[in-house]
Design a protein around this ligand. Structure first.
Ligand code: URA
Length: 238
């Protein structure tokens, strides 16, 4: 949006907004801005020190590459936040659950703590779909074992849907879980004798990884996508 239009959100006419810009009263990202035609994010604009727009909640999807940590800070490696442009990194975004460093695919980032909490809580049963490549030939016995609920060393996994796509020396399958304990998918495949070769997350609840999004790329969720997630988690639309 143009700067004069954004400044007018503070309750000024367009003419008053231009005067305020010329007088240095309109700031963008903490510094005075003088070009009324410049394109800005209204969330970054203040007039006389007051934000022109109530800070809305942010919902972003990222296609995580391998080697990136699902955290907001890490001293040694890049994080999913580092995939965003600098101004967005300072908005208080956090990841919804975690993907291991070597796992790729969909990570949601949001400033909406309640939604994030519900999406990872088993209580709300939000599904997570993973595409797994593993060693050895998967069979219907493995499908049945996942469906029954696999006993791991410290807990029994909730029933999970395994759909075999290819089977052979190396197999390919989709698996859907409604929980996400530490290394859970890796541990489930290891428990049936098929160690994982690679793992990619393709869906969280109703949000599918956008196939147009390259590894390392991000985009805001659409309003429909955000509304769908909120419905899933029993949160009324505001
Ligand atoms: N299961 C795993 O083993 N790792 C992940 O990152 C996600 C699910």
């Amino acid at each position: 949006m143009r700067l004069d239009k954004a400044a007018a959100l503070a309750g000024l006419t367009r003419g008053e907004a231009r005067k305020a810009i010329a007088a240095g009263r309109v700031w963008v990202d903490g510094a005075p801005a003088r070009d009324a035609a410049m394109q800005v994010d209204p969330a970054a604009v203040t007039v006389d020190g007051a934000a022109v727009q109530a800070p809305g909640k942010l919902y972003i999807m990222v296609n995580k590459p391998a080697g990136v940590i699902t955290a907001t800070e890490d001293r040694r490696a890049g994080t999913v936040l580092d995939l965003l442009p600098e101004p967005l990194r300072r908005k208080g975004l956090g990841p919804v659950g975690r993907l291991d460093k070597d796992v790729t695919g969909l990570v949601l980032l949001t400033t909406d703590g309640q939604l994030a909490h519900r999406l990872i809580s088993p209580k709300w049963k939000a599904e997570k779909l993973y595409r797994a490549r593993c060693e050895g030939a998967l069979t219907q016995a493995d499908v049945a074992a996942f469906a029954e609920g696999l006993a791991l060393s410290d807990f029994t996994a909730k029933p999970a849907r395994l759909r075999i796509i290819e089977t052979g020396e190396v197999s390919l399958a989709d698996v859907v879980l409604t929980e996400g304990k530490f290394h859970q998918v890796k541990r489930m495949f290891a428990a049936v004798g098929h160690p994982l070769i690679s793992l990619e997350r393709l869906r969280i609840g109703c949000i599918e990884l956008d196939p147009a999004l390259e590894r390392g790329a991000w985009r805001m969720l659409t309003q429909d996508e955000t509304a769908g997630l909120k419905r899933l988690c029993g949160m009324e639309e505001e």
